[in-house]
Ligand binder design. Structure first.
Ligand code: DU
Ligand code: SF4
Length: 228
């Protein structure tokens, strides 16, 4: 119930003028021709998955014609096709595809969230936008409290987003700041001393998956490793 309330508050956030303009402009006018007959979400992307999960996947931001269209994280683009297939192979998802609301997809033991919740032009949020939205990530982490056990970040922006949010919350973050990489790991501690593993994984974007930089096997191993 608290999570639903938080998501409801995020869903009307207008704190970043450039991103509000982009998410709404794409939703109104800039739709891709193949999606022209579809309604667009055009708002911040709510987290998706098991509300009781102790594992979180933190992505970059909604894609303009992906989540910003479908309203579900990683849904409606090639990145999501790659991710949900892996979540299904590793037992976190009840089906390998995510078509959107009403398709029956459920995640168990994991929840997906974006470090920046609104679609940015060129998939590139500004430092100010990242800092502003880290507040929402922080609220979510705060709600999870010591239930959270592990965070998998897809890409360097998610990794930094988690470090920014947790530093602001007064978590104990290793110094020097751990650097992102595929397979990078760090342990953060909440203010009560509870350990949370932070795990880095290359992002599931076509840029990485079509080139073989991130293979299905690599992603499966990263996801399976979250159970350790
Ligand atoms: O309607 P709801 O229980 O608040 O769930 C919202 C959304 O989250 C639903 O479309 C499925 C997904 N979900 C999930 O993936 N795993 C769960 O255990 C519960 C909900
Ligand atoms: Fe609000 Fe985050 Fe969207 Fe900025 S990116 S408008 S902080 S939800």
């Amino acid at each position: 119930a608290e999570l639903a309330e938080l998501d409801a508050r995020v869903s009307v956030c207008r704190a970043c003028p450039r991103l509000v303009d982009w998410r709404e402009t794409v939703a109104r006018a800039g739709r891709r021709a193949s999606f022209a007959d579809q309604p667009y979400w055009g708002r911040p992307g709510p987290s998706f998955g098991d509300p009781d999960a102790d594992a979180l996947i933190v992505g970059l931001a909604p894609a303009a014609n992906g989540t910003n269209r479908t309203g579900r994280m990683f849904t409606g683009d090639a990145s999501g096709d790659f991710l949900f297939a892996a979540l299904h192979r590793t037992g976190y998802a009840n089906q390998p595809t995510s078509a959107g609301a009403g398709d029956g997809l459920e995640l168990t033991g994991i929840r997906i969230i974006a470090s920046v919740r609104c679609a940015p032009p060129e998939n590139t949020p500004t430092p100010a936008e990242k800092a502003t939205c880290a507040t929402w990530l922080g609220r979510d982490l705060d709600l999870l409290g010591d239930r959270l056990r592990v965070i998998l970040t897809l890409g360097a922006i998610g990794w930094s987003g988690v470090l920014n949010a947790t530093s602001t919350l007064g978590w104990d973050v290793p110094k020097p700041r751990p650097k992102f990489g595929h397979g990078a790991e760090a342990t953060l501690h909440t203010p009560t001393g509870h350990p949370v593993r932070l795990v880095g994984c290359f992002h599931v974007s076509p840029h990485n998956t079509y080139t073989g930089r991130l293979t299905p096997e690599m992603l499966d191993a990263a996801l399976a490793g979250l159970r350790n």
